[in-house]
Write a protein that binds this ligand. Structure first.
Ligand SMILES: [Zn+2]
Ligand SMILES: [Zn+2]
Length: 65
């Protein structure tokens, strides 16, 4: 079994879970839509923007939702 070449490390917990069957609704719960820098350390990100496809398309691509 070969895993798909999709890096989930930059996705929010909601969107990682939403990638599973039956949890698709969780894409709508993700609020991680932009980078959040650590206070006083503008170069260090506290929260990285979620890279899930659901934030890039206004509609779910066919077959993914
Ligand atoms: Zn998502
Ligand atoms: Zn997300």
């Amino acid at each position: 079994m070969s895993a798909p070449a999709v890096d989930l490390s930059d996705r929010s917990a909601e969107c990682v879970l939403a990638a599973r069957d039956g949890y698709q609704d969780l894409h709508g719960s993700c609020r991680q839509t932009k980078d959040v820098p650590l206070p006083h350390h503008r170069d260090i990100l506290l929260v990285k923007r979620c890279t899930c496809w659901c934030h890039r398309y206004s509609k779910c691509p066919p077959g993914l939702a």
